[in-house]
Design a protein around this ligand. Sequence first.
Ligand code: DON
Length: 301
Amino acid sequence: MKDLLDDIYANIGLSPERGGVATYIPELAKIDPHQFGMCVAAADGEVYTAGDAEVPFSIQSVSKVFALALALGKVGDQLWRRVGREPSGLSFNSLLLLEREDGIPRNPFINAGALIATDIYLAGSRPKEALGQLLRFVRAASDDEDIHINEMVARSEIATGHRNVALAHYLASFGNLHSGVDEVYGTYCHQCAIEMSCRQLALAGRFLIDTDDTPKLVSRERRRRIAALMMTCGHYDGSGDFAFRVGLPGKSGVGGGILAIAPGKASVAVWSPGLNRYGNSKLGTEAMEMFARKTGWSVFG
Ligand code: DON
């Protein structure tokens, strides 16, 4: 496994064609694109790394996996009254379907749906407490207390994220946000600004592997459903392409991170800040593609 990761780093991690970093969040525009890290946390507890696997990065939308698990823990299947389970075929921050579909976002991984998950885990508490709960979940999952929110990144997004503000107001106009727009939006931006290294992220994903040795933070049925949503919706309008090329449930973020799960085998994190046209890590996707091909771990055999 270590040889495979070194091979991926040498063949893909150093590639000159790296894609462009996200610029719509000013703090993320400052990130050096010449970074690449990868980590495999195997079901048996072994951890393998390559490249910049210890460097913390902004996990952004990868946080939506943990937020969904936390929100489901709070309200269970009632969550599905407020958000759907279908791919949207549109970009992560699209407003388009919300009007036609009466303020019910297609799935919990596009921004509109993620705002609902945030609203659910925020209910009944102050944003600081709710974020504390989310951090506790992520720290417990990775067995690492040294995971924090980057306040500069959160503020940078809060100040510029007009589309997300629009989405939040639109959801509120349909009665599908229960807390105030500013509170939900601020909490969501802080959630996205969690920083983790590939090592921490791969370890945090182990609760989704489902073996006797991995953390039991959610039930087996819930784990299976979260993985199904990662496969169908985890890369937005690039989800079909990711399933085609990689064949593993995965969740991307505009910070350039991807978390993928090989059920029963491993949790895999990769990070390279340059993005492809869907807003997903360009080299990260290529790395996952090579990883799945070499291991034969695609869920499609
Ligand atoms: O809401 C946003 O636009 C960002 N905080 C997160 C978006 C994101 O990570 C999309 N993923 N590729």
